[in-house]
Ligand binder design. Structure first.
Ligand SMILES: CC(=O)N[C@H]1[C@@H](OP(=O)(O)OP(=O)(O)OC[C@H]2O[C@@H](n3ccc(=O)[nH]c3=O)[C@H](O)[C@@H]2O)O[C@H](CO)[C@@H](O)[C@@H]1O[C@H](C)C(=O)N[C@@H](C)C(=O)N[C@H](CCC(=O)O)C(=O)O
Ligand SMILES: Nc1ncnc2c1ncn2[C@@H]1O[C@H](COP(=O)(O)OP(=O)(O)OP(=O)(O)O)[C@@H](O)[C@H]1O
Length: 565
């Protein structure tokens, strides 16, 4: 069974997943590297004593600093990393990379006993510095596949990893994964802190992947990661674009800015081949904006000039089979996904085309086609993404937490049991894009028959106010239409899930949306354990239904300790 809280502290995570053999660099070499990258570094104190100090790792979070590390101290919205210089130095930091304000803090806190490299833009400099320390500026590999887009990143990267697994296994090499749920390297796994880690950790992971004979890795690239320069110094063999719809406007302000952040990934300096899903107008714009080699993919049956299209989608168990058609050559590849939802055809098609179009790959195109046609790689289970817990009623836990994902998930639910009702539990996260809350409430009551509004992660906000915003959109939609949807507000979330099952019959569909794989709710820093999958499973049993066996899909901390020590 999944543990109730599968998070590792930053320090635990970092110590478990660091490469053991690191070439490292001297402070002098780092200064040269940053100079060549245009960062105008200033070293203090000057002199050979300091330029010859060797760094063998890098960390941005003071809790993750280890002996011999470069401590990268950034100014953030909450704090300046340099405020934590004493902790970093006590943990063994050998040198510091920071900005002007950071230098002042370091000097007033610990004097001149540590070399400090000063740059104007620390986050941008962190990538090249870490690349040099971990050897990534000179050694390439593993083959890197990045996925960005509002929805579908996690699912597509799980699909990519599954396909790459079949190809790498024949070479006795492993695969890597970096994303919202977990980071994995050749079978070892740790839970994630961020969807896309900071540059220092990413470069450490690339070195770890090489050390563990990982031949290819799939990673999610969030728009935050691009805006915060977390991917600085990384080069993608193939980058894929899923879609762009409303989310994260708290961070980006406008859809234009959100688009511009994502577009940065599809430039020649970052990516060799871009595979762009052009099902929406943003996809078309992305394909036009992308530089370097661009491959387009249409998955929604629209007539358009593309390289690849999806044809002949047919129901196949809970999932769907489909054909990938390469228009220029006429090649047709029949494959399938076991996951419900039309959008999972799009995710699977994207993963397939990314691997088919990988330049200079270790595997042949024939091998990829055979894997797609014979090995069923896209039936892998993705934790909390359209995860099916029962057939009667159809009971699903899904991560839909923005308007487009809600629509797609509810469409999929409607086609799963067309004669039954849809019972939905939703909420919205605090401290995130507030504009989407009423929209999600309105979508919920338009597309489901019984909606229960509960809490997601309130974070620092008043949970009642978040629910009120979702409910206001829902009520407005009910009042302005001819809807007969039942609407309730129930907390805590476990009670909402219990109620959803209590009002459902075997013909209905129950969807618990928004939290997917997550195992606790954050109420102003208080972490309350809850796993929607466990609650739904329990409620189904108590309701006299027969749930499917609950697979352990959550990364287990105890396993990690056992593997590594
Ligand atoms: C908006 C955002 O992305 N913020 C990230 C950013 O924060 P920030 O620049 O404000 O930095 P800060 O928190 O003030 O910290 C500055 C420095 O002081 C250190 N510090 C800070 C406070 C403290 O108590 N102790 C401490 O040591 C920090 O380690 C850091 O070195 O840099 C921090 C250090 O890495 C991140 O932890 C933080 O992510 C926060 C936790 C976060 O929630 N990020 C989310 C929104 C995010 O990035 N999400 C995307 C996925 C989005 C999606 O698709 O859903 C992701 O890639 O994960
Ligand atoms: N291609 C898609 N188009 C629209 N919605 C999708 C697509 N793929 C998945 N979804 C919906 O979005 C939810 C999140 O999917 P997934 O975790 O794969 O995306 P993500 O981009 O990683 O999201 P996040 O960045 O928020 O973690 C799913 O649970 C499903 O409801």
């Amino acid at each position: 069974m999944p543990r109730t809280d599968a998070r590792l502290s930053v320090a635990e995570q970092d110590s478990v997943f660091r490469p053991r053999q690191v070439a490292g660099a001297t402070v002098g070499e780092l200064v040269e590297e940053l100079h060549a990258a245009g960062h105008d570094p200033l070293l203090s104190p000057a002199g050979r004593l300091w330029t010859e100090v060797r760094v063998t790792g890098a960390a941005m979070n003071p809790q993750a600093v280890g002996p011999g590390d470069l401590f990268v101290a950034v100014r953030g919205a909450r704090a300046h990393g340099a405020d934590f210089i004493r902790a970093a130095r006590d943990a063994g930091a050998a040198a510091v990379l920071t900005d002007h304000a950071g230098v002042d803090t370091v000097r007033s806190e610990v004097g001149y006993r540590i070399p400090v490299i000063e740059v104007r833009r620390v986050r941008q400099a962190a990538g090249p510095a870490a690349a040099r320390i971990y050897g990534n500026s000179t050694i390439s590999g593993p083959a890197l596949f990045g996925v960005t887009g509002t929805n579908g990143k996690t699912t597509s990267t799980y699909f990519l990893r599954a396909l790459l697994d079949t190809l790498m296994a024949r070479r006795e090499r492993g695969t890597g994964l970096i994303g919202t749920i977990e980071i994995s390297a050749a079978g070892d796994r740790i839970p994630s802190q961020l969807t896309t880690p900071e540059a220092v950790q990413l470069h450490s992971l690339m070195a770890l992947f090489r050390e563990r004979s990982v031949g290819a890795a799939a990673m999610e690239v969030s728009s935050h990661a691009i805006s915060y320069d977390r991917v600085a110094g990384l080069h993608y063999d193939v980058a894929g674009f899923t879609n762009l719809t409303q989310d994260h406007l708290d961070m980006h302000g406008t859809m234009e800015d959100y688009f511009a952040a994502k577009a940065e990934l599809f430039t020649r300096r970052r990516t060799r081949t871009s595979v762009i899903t052009v099902d929406d107008p943003w996809g078309h714009r992305m394909a036009t904006a992308a530089t370097g080699r661009v491959v387009t993919l249409a998955t929604a049956g629209q007539p358009t000039e593309v390289d690849w299209e999806v044809l002949d989608v047919a129901s196949d168990g809970l999932g769907q089979s489909f054909t990938l058609h390469h228009l220029r050559s006429g090649e047709r590849i029949r494959t399938r996904t076991g996951l419900p939802g039309g959008f999972n055809v799009s995710n699977a098609a994207l993963a397939a085309v990314m691997v088919l179009e990988a330049p200079d790959a270790e595997f042949s195109r024939e091998e990829v086609v055979a894997a797609l046609e014979e090995e069923d790689p896209f039936s892998v289970s993705v934790p909390g993404r359209m995860q099916v817990l029962a057939d009667e009623p159809a009971a699903l836990v899904d991560f839909a937490h923005n308007p487009d994902a809600m629509i797609r998930t509810l469409e999929a639910a409607a086609s799963a049991k067309p004669d039954g009702r849809i019972v939905l539990v939703i909420g919205a996260a605090g401290d995130r894009d507030r504009g989407k809350r009423p929209t999600m409430g309105a979508i919920a009551v338009r597309m489901a028959d019984h909606v229960i509004v509960s809490d997601d992660d309130p974070h620092g906000e008043d949970p009642g106010e978040i629910r009120a915003a979702v409910l206001s959109g829902a009520r407005e939609a009910i009042e302005s239409g001819t809807l007969t949807t039942e609407l309730e507000e129930i907390v805590p979330r476990a009670a909402a899930i219990e109620r959803a099952v209590a009002v459902a019959s075997g013909e209905d569909t129950v969807i618990i949306a928004g939290r997917g794989h997550e195992v606790h709710q954050d109420y102003a820093g208080e972490h309350r354990p809850i796993d929607d999958r466990i609650e739904l499973h329990r409620a189904l049993r108590r309701g006299g239904f027969t749930p499917l066996p609950l697979k352990d899909t959550t990364v287990d901390m105890t396993q990690i300790g056992a593997e590594q020590t």
